[in-house]
Design a protein around this ligand. Structure first.
Ligand SMILES: NC(=O)c1ccc[n+]([C@@H]2O[C@H](COP(=O)([O-])OP(=O)(O)OC[C@H]3O[C@@H](n4cnc5c(N)ncnc54)[C@H](OP(=O)(O)O)[C@@H]3O)[C@@H](O)[C@H]2O)c1
Length: 431
């Protein structure tokens, strides 16, 4: 049996999960790896904080950087979080000290991944991150190993459990966005400050890393177009359902016909018949399109203490087994600089408008759409007592295939002429 000595930095939800799994399942893990695993040190911000797992038997480090560089450690597991600051220092100093590193920190990798992966490759250590994207779902392994011979044309992901929980609560419970968010917070599916999740940044961090592996390009978070779910109202969920759709926050990365890669995070209408539409509550799912298998859908728990820690442990097995796959699926020098942004192809769109209850406004809307070259597949007047009292009529429109530019131009005209009492809510319908 060989010995592997591990330092765990960050003892919050995921860090404690890792300690728990190592303790609970140590004999099975050691049997499978033929390795004796010891935790040689742990570090957090506050030594005296209550933990759900026993940590007294491990050496405590007030200074995480000294544990990261400790000569007795073979592997450092970074579970602090944050795109810069201590997490960055921990990972950088561990790599520089010749340690393999495992992290669950997508924000760190989206911002500093290109530098850190290059550093790790130069020094000859591994920097693994399966837990950073969609928790237990083995998407990184799948892309780097199982489907590596394919050319990937697109990836569609439900990458944020908080948003999916909120949208599913609205859909199933007929409750408002605010109530759904509150419920998610009470049940621990949303942070007390949910900004990062509901504004789409968390999904965008994950998408930028996935795009790099799928399309062989460097990570470029700045190229992700990001739209969150804050503007989704119960009226949208209900109207979508009438049309045969559900609303999900999707991260989409695609290679377009002009060879440009598009990366976008946005709420999308998905047919109730589609596989992704059945992904509910806090679950995550990722659909990959490859040239030799058409479509592969992976789904499962995308976050949580033990599901995420289980993915961290998968990376630990990889390091122990000395697997040789490069962190981003190919040697860094083979990665291209990310290509200029491209437009995602044409789509149908859903629009919700509030029109004054006077004759002729509906005609103004249809004329504006026609002037911008947009055909309408459906226009429906919705009933709302609240709006009727204000002399307003909610209208929903489904367009035929068009592009974002035409839609934006039409909405600009609608706003300029004050046809709608609020700027129309626009949601893309996935093909
Ligand atoms: N939670 C999930 O379900 C999940 C899923 C996927 C990925 N992740 C990622 O996993 C990472 C950890 O997430 P988490 O939910 O476990 O976070 P968390 O519960 O907030 O825990 C963070 C830990 O970092 C420690 N810490 C903070 N500042 C520190 C400092 N200056 N020095 C040393 N330790 C410090 C904290 O110490 P104290 O405990 O002493 O305050 C705490 O133990 C993040 O990158 C997150 O994005 C989490």
């Amino acid at each position: 049996m060989i010995d592997i000595r591990v330092g765990i930095i960050g003892l919050g939800s995921v860090g404690q999960g890792v300690v728990q799994i190592i303790n609970d399942n140590i004999s099975l893990i050691e049997k499978k790896t033929n390795t004796k695993i010891s935790i040689i040190g742990v570090s957090g911000k506050n030594k005296n904080k209550h933990r759900d797992v026993q940590i007294d038997r491990y050496q405590w480090y007030d200074d995480p950087i000294s544990l990261a560089g400790n000569e007795n450690a073979d592997i450092i597991i970074e579970l602090i979080g944050g795109e810069d600051g201590v997490a960055f220092e921990v990972v950088e100093s561990a790599i520089k000290a010749g340690k393999h590193v495992i992290t669950a920190n997508k924000a760190l990798l989206a911002k500093n991944g290109n530098y850190l992966f290059e550093l790790a490759e130069k020094i000859g250590v591994k920097l693994l991150f399966e837990a950073a994207i969609a928790g237990t779902i083995p998407i990184i392994k799948t892309l780097k190993e199982s489907v590596a011979s394919n050319t990937i044309s697109a990836i569609y992901g439900i990458l944020n459990g908080t948003c999916n929980y909120i949208l599913t609560s609205m859909e199933k419970g007929g409750i408002s966005f605010e109530s759904a968010l509150k419920r998610a917070q009470e049940l621990g599916f949303a942070e007390s400050d949910p900004t990062f999740d509901i504004e789409g940044y968390d999904a965008a961090h994950k998408l930028s890393i996935l795009s790099s592996i799928c399309f062989g390009q460097k990570i470029n978070f700045d190229q992700v177009k990001i739209e969150g779910i804050k503007s989704i109202e119960l009226d949208d969920i209900r109207a979508a359902s009438d049309y045969g759709y559900v609303i999900r926050l999707l991260g989409i990365a695609k290679r377009n016909e002009d060879d440009h890669i598009s990366q976008v995070v946005r709420p999308s209408l998905l047919s109730k018949e589609s596989d992704l539409s059945g992904v509910e509550w806090e679950k995550n799912a990722i659909s990959i399109r490859g040239n030799y298998f058409n479509e592969l859908l992976l789904s499962g728990p995308g976050a949580g203490r033990l599901p995420t820690a289980s993915a961290v442990m998968g990376d630990l097995f990889d390091i122990i087994n000395n697997t040789k796959y490069p962190s981003l699926g190919m040697p860094l020098k083979a990665l291209s600089n990310s290509s200029k942004d491209g437009n995602i192809e044409e789509n149908r769109f859903y629009l919700r408008l509030l029109l004054p209850d006077v004759s002729g406004t509906m005609a103004s809307i249809t004329n504006t759409m026609a002037k911008n070259g947009i055909s309408i597949d459906d226009i429906t007047q919705r009933i709302s007592k609240k709006m009727k009292d204000k002399n307003l009529v909610p209208i929903t429109i489904i367009t035929s295939m068009t592009n974002y530019e035409s839609i934006n131009k039409a909405v600009e005209d609608i706003n300029k002429n004050n046809y709608s009492s609020a700027s129309p809510n626009i949601i893309t319908i996935e093909n």
